[in-house]
Design a protein around this ligand. Structure first.
Ligand code: GTP
Ligand code: MG
Length: 270
């Protein structure tokens, strides 16, 4: 085990109290999880107001927290370090690029969890995603906001429509049973390496799900809560961000569908 010795920000005693209560997960409640090592990767770009809270609310049984930062011009890196995370710097801009940089620094763990650095996800609910892997031998668990409780205004209508469109296309093309492309997700290290992720920006989540379906991973969704982010919206809250992310997601689906068609044609008798 390689505990990070996570320091909780002493400036937030109230939060610490709350965190401790949430994190208090008696060993007897989950004896099995204690034998699995878990690392968390948080892509973050200018999240100085949120990143400390995200880290503080990560359950105590997590062994390693990596904040993958690219190009933050605020205090994100310092706040993350003060709260006990390892900070990885990636000079190429993009969500996927940051995740890949985080993966490159992973110690040998059993399970890797991804979540956003804007405090939209509920880190204290992490057991809901990790336990199906540990108890039921799933390879990959996606936190579905469509199935869970979403605070009013946390998901824009465009985001909901985009998620519906992407998951419908995935179902039609690959028979993949997903209801969301949510950022909060857990995967075994073995499966993660098997997927050979390459997307450098907002095609990251959909790429992981397409490949999981294609590779016949044992996957499932669990309902997750989702709330309005802290700080300034960078992607879904802006027209440009939504268009860019939406186009990228559809491009990734199209590209993988094309690969599938080409392979089918090659393998079918002439
Ligand atoms: N490392 C890195 N992280 C990013 C980048 N863009 C966004 N992020 C982080 O990725 C997570 C998701 O991005 P968000 O900006 O929250 O995107 P969103 O949830 O679709 O939309 P909003 O919350 O409305 O902005 C957050 O933790 C961001 O800080 C990037 O280019 N590099
Ligand atoms: Mg967000």
């Amino acid at each position: 085990m390689f505990k990070t010795g996570r320091a909780i920000n002493p400036q937030h005693p109230a939060k610490l109290e709350k965190t401790r209560q949430i994190q208090a997960c008696p060993a007897s409640e989950s004896p099995i999880r204690n034998h699995h090592t878990v690392a968390v990767i948080i892509p973050a770009h200018n999240e100085q107001q949120a990143i400390g809270l995200v880290i503080q609310n990560i359950p105590i049984w997590v062994d390693k927290i990596i904040v993958a930062d690219n190009g933050s011009t605020d205090d994100t890196q310092n706040v993350a370090r003060k709260n006990g995370a390892q900070v990885v710097y990636e000079k190429h801009y993009g969500y996927g690029a940051a995740c890949l940089a985080g993966i490159a620094q992973l110690p040998p763990v059993d399970i890797v969890v991804f979540l956003d650095g804007d405090y939209s996800d509920y880190p204290q609910d992490m057991a809901d995603l990790v336990d199906p892997i540990i108890n039921d031998k799933y390879d990959f668990v996606v936190g579905s906001r469509s199935l869970g409780n979403v605070e009013k205004g946390a998901l824009t209508p465009q985001q909901r429509y985009g998620n519906w469109l992407a998951t419908t296309l995935m179902r039609l093309i690959w028979g993949a049973q997903f209801t969301d492309l949510g950022p909060f997700r857990a995967i075994t290290s073995k499966a993660l390496h098997q997927l050979r992720m390459i997307d450098k920006d907002f095609g990251w989540t959909v790429e992981m799900q397409i490949k999981a379906a294609r590779e016949n991973l044992k996957y499932c969704e669990v309902p997750v809560r989702y709330r309005q982010r802290i700080g300034i919206s960078k992607v879904s809250g802006t027209l440009m961000g939504t268009l860019k992310a939406g186009t990228k997601i559809l491009t990734v689906i199209a590209r993988h569908a094309l690969i599938r068609n080409t392979k089918d044609k090659k393998s079918s008798p002439q």
